[in-house]
Design a protein around this ligand. Structure first.
Ligand code: TGC
Ligand code: FAD
Length: 390
């Protein structure tokens, strides 16, 4: 059971409210009872465990910061971060499902949608009755989404949508898709596309070695008729999808630390038990160096995401600050996962332990929501004023 206690080397619990601790306990108990016991099997089978959707909704993982009048949990950003941390301690793929639903589907409807769209979709998305996905990336436009070519044309009482999206989390089972496409003036706008619309299909992407318990697919639009009331009316331009990414990247900054904590704790426990040369391997300086560096990096990153959450609560966090935190947390987690895996020797490559699964999952986390390089260049642009993308 200790496995689920967060490392808290600097007594950061004192920075949390009683409500935060309660939310954490609820999420932690659910992960321990429902997610952890089955996740290895589903990852090995490369299947998404759909039975977890109801529980995810119940712990507030779908739209934690969306106001309660629309069915969201109405929580602050620290609570949102804590929920993502606890889920990702279990598995990044399951956290992905929550990130997409809350930050990439509910958030744009809440922030850019009409009142009718909010009432129609948000309450059902909050309970998981409806599931969504977010289509920005295309086969030829990943890091550079501004170049996307999916497009829609006015056809009287509806729009006609054409194009394709790639690498879309939740696509194979989603009921709706938030699709970013260019209008006839070449400006990016968001459309709510529903499963069942003629010409819309979602082929699944197979043979992933990473995020195996998450379903990934394409979105293909072949002259899809989209009703005009499905256009998100209140945003135009790349800042629409990028605004959603700020929300999701923030959650990942906390989530990836969940992986780091799980790997650290697993390695610590193993090192104290595993004997070689007549003593626990935890007694060897090389292993202590690894563990000491892990807890140091986790502690620094915990402080960073907590501070970022407080800035977000006051609407003061910049997109560049969020990029720094996403990049730092993923770097911390992936380094810890690799070191922790070695500490378990041969056992580290098996599904008996979660480390190798986290390590492989993190290869997606370091790439999606902006690659490691892209986030570094965002920091570079912010501090120098020079835009390396142009
Ligand atoms: P640029 O000219 O810099 O900006 C275009 C407009 O957007 C505004 N903007 C932002 N607005 C809100 N939030 C941000 N983070 C923003 N960054 C930029 C900007 O002010 C401008 O507005 P305006 O009014 O002047 O038009 O854009 P660029 O074409 O040079 O590209 C910049 C770049 C490279 C930083 C950006 O495009 C980028 O972040 N690329 C990475 C793409 C990415 O992250 N894709 C993620 C896809 S979704 C996903 O991976 C889900 S994974 C599933 C899961 O979460 O679990
Ligand atoms: P590219 O953009 O082709 O990048 C290739 C390499 O070039 C990278 O190392 C990159 O850092 C580097 N590079 C690119 N531009 C520059 C530059 N200017 N300077 C220096 N280096 C550069 N997208 C969605 O829209 N919705 C989703 O739900 C979603 N889910 C995903 C799930 C998974 C499992 C994965 C793997 C991806 C998902 N994505 C999703 C897509 C993801 O956001 C993209 O993979 C990511 O943005 C990178 O795009 P790309 O794969 O086309 O790589």
């Amino acid at each position: 059971t200790d496995q689920y206690q967060a490392p808290d080397y600097y007594l950061l619990d004192e920075l949390l409210t009683d409500e935060h601790k309660l939310i954490r306990q609820t999420a932690r108990d659910w992960v321990k009872k429902e997610l952890s016991p089955i996740i290895e099997e589903y990852a090995q089978k490369a299947q998404f465990p759909k039975q977890l959707l109801k529980g995810l909704a119940e712990i507030g993982a779908f739209g934690p910061t969306v106001p309660t009048e629309y069915g969201g949990a109405g929580l602050d950003y620290i609570a949102y971060g804590i929920i993502m941390q606890e889920i990702e301690r279990g598995d990044s793929g399951i956290r992905s499902t929550a990130s997409v639903q809350g930050s990439l589907v509910m958030y744009p409807i809440w922030a850019y949608g009409s009142e009718d769209q909010k009432m129609k979709y948000l309450p059902k998305l909050a309970t998981g009755e409806l599931m969504g996905c977010f289509g920005l990336t295309e086969p030829d436009h990943g890091s550079d989404p501004g170049g996307l070519t999916t497009n829609f044309k006015d056809a009287g009482d509806h729009y006609i949508l054409n194009g394709a999206k790639m690498w879309i989390s939740n696509a194979p089972f989603a009921d709706i898709a938030i699709v970013w496409a260019k209008n006839e003036s070449g400006k990016i706008q968001g459309l709510i596309v529903e499963r069942g619309m003629e010409g819309f299909s979602t082929p699944e992407t197979h043979n992933k070695w990473s995020l195996r318990a998450s379903a990934t697919g394409e979105l293909v639009f072949d002259n899809v008729k989209v009703p005009k009331e499905n256009l998100l009316p209140n945003v135009t331009g790349l800042k629409g999808p990028l605004g959603c990414l700020n929300q999701a990247r923030y959650g990942i900054a906390w989530g990836a630390l969940g992986c780091a904590m799980d790997c650290y704790y697993t390695a610590l426990r193993y090192a104290k038990q595993r004997q070689q040369f007549g003593k626990p391997i935890a007694g060897f300086q090389l292993q202590q160096k690894k563990l000491a560096e892990m807890i140091t990096e986790i502690t620094k990153a915990q402080l960073l995401v907590w501070r970022l959450g407080m800035l977000k609560n006051n609407n003061r966090a910049t997109a560049a600050q969020i990029s720094m935190a996403k990049r730092n947390s993923v770097e911390t987690a992936i380094t810890i996962a690799r070191e922790a895996r070695q500490m378990l020797g041969g056992m580290g490559i098996t599904g008996e332990y979660s480390i190798m699964r986290h390590m492989m999952n993190l290869e997606s986390v370091i790439t999606y929501e902006g690659t490691h390089d892209i986030h570094l260049l965002i920091t570079g642009m912010d501090i120098t004023g020079e835009d390396a993308f142009k």
